[in-house]
Design a binder for this molecule. Structure first.
Ligand SMILES: *Cc1c(COP(=O)(O)O)cnc(C)c1O
Length: 338
């Protein structure tokens, strides 16, 4: 048993790709693997998504794309975020595709023009006339997961502005839109979170037929009984009222088990147990109902323990929970299974 074990299930990613392709009714699936594949590993998620039918990869930065290109000579790779002027030649040489959201449109490299239809982030306010190297037109939805009416307005604005250029590849949908907004399909969808088996709606991923692809496990490194009035952790935020068994798990916010995840539940010997007291950099405590042996397995993600549940407790979204989990080999052992 390692102090922290991450297991990436490629089969789950392939199944999620198939689920998305079914929902997309003929549009292409492009796999978004930015931020190290949402923490699961960009290259592993990319390979599994391609095996599952995805036809292009998307990342946020040129360095992310160059790292993928070294391992994957074939697939299309789009850079969703802004490229620095100094990176454009590198992108051209590595056969990457750029998203251009304002200013000059560079030549000699395939370009996707991004229109701001309501996200209010990167994007042209008015679509410029596509130059010769433009291969795609895109926009990004602000509320695909929360407000379908606003998403519909964005889609309509995009449709109207891009109608004269329908011969170019038009792409709008993220995971939420791919799963639930048919009008957003166009020619391709850019999906990340759903490929990892996470719900873009913060619900149980099973509701959309998604299969979580990440397991995170550890173990009880020490078990002790707190007498009434004794506490565990910084700030004495948990004080035992009655004699209470606690287990210490050697994972903390340094591993990505966030400090605001006090109160969330993990599985200890297969039973749901509450995280109590302040999460430290290298450990957290769980309340037990009895003495358990050191070495007892603890499941932090998997077997029904969902990133969505941890996110709700911490007041954030599942995206942030998983993308912050450290796969630094000095902290965690990472295993990839078919
Ligand atoms: C991150 C991102 C996506 C993917 O979003 P998911 O909700 O993870 O599917 C799609 N498009 C753009 C522009 C993005 O930045």
């Amino acid at each position: 048993m390692h102090r922290s074990e991450l297991t990436i299930e490629l089969g789950a990613i392939r199944r999620n790709a198939a689920t998305l392709l079914r929902a997309l009714g003929g549009a292409e699936l492009w796999a978004v693997v930015k931020t190290n594949g949402y923490g699961l590993g960009a290259l592993d998620v990319a390979r599994a998504a391609l095996a599952g039918g995805a036809t292009a990869l998307c990342v946020a930065t040129v360095p992310e794309a160059l790292a993928l290109r070294r391992e994957l000579p074939e697939p299309r790779i789009l850079i969703l975020g802004p490229a620095l002027p100094s990176e454009i030649a590198q992108a051209r040489e590595a056969r990457l595709e750029l998203v251009v959201a304002d200013g000059e449109i560079p030549a000699g490299v395939p370009v996707h023009l991004k229109l701001d239809t309501g996200m209010g982030r990167y994007g042209f306010s008015e679509l410029p006339t596509p130059a010769a190297d433009v291969v795609g037109l895109m926009t990004h939805l602000a509320t695909a997961d929360t407000d379908e009416a606003f998403a519909a307005e964005q889609i309509e604005r995009f449709r109207a502005a891009t109608e004269p250029y329908a011969h170019l590849t038009r792409h709008v949908a993220n995971s939420a839109a791919a799963l639930r907004i048919p009008a957003a399909r166009f020619d391709a969808a850019r999906c990340g979170v759903a490929l990892c088996g996470l719900s873009p709606f913060g619900e149980d991923p099973a509701a959309d037929g998604l299969d979580p692809a990440l397991r995170w496990e550890s173990y009880l490194a020490q078990v002790k009984r707190l007498e009434p009035g004794r506490s565990t952790g910084y700030g004495r935020r948990f004080v035992a009222q009655t004699p209470t068994w606690i287990g210490l798990v050697p994972v903390g916010y340094g591993d990505g088990f966030r400090r605001d995840m006090t109160g969330t539940e993990v599985l200890v010997a297969g039973e749901r147990r509450r995280v109590v007291g302040t999460v430290s950099m290298e450990s957290f405590a769980v309340e037990l109902d009895r003495e358990l042996p050191v070495g007892t397995p603890v499941v932090l993600l998997g077997d029904g323990v969902l990133a969505e549940d941890h996110a709700r407790g911490a007041g954030t979204i599942n995206y942030e929970i998983v993308s912050r989990i450290s796969s630094d080999p000095t902290r965690a052992r990472r295993t990839v299974v078919e």
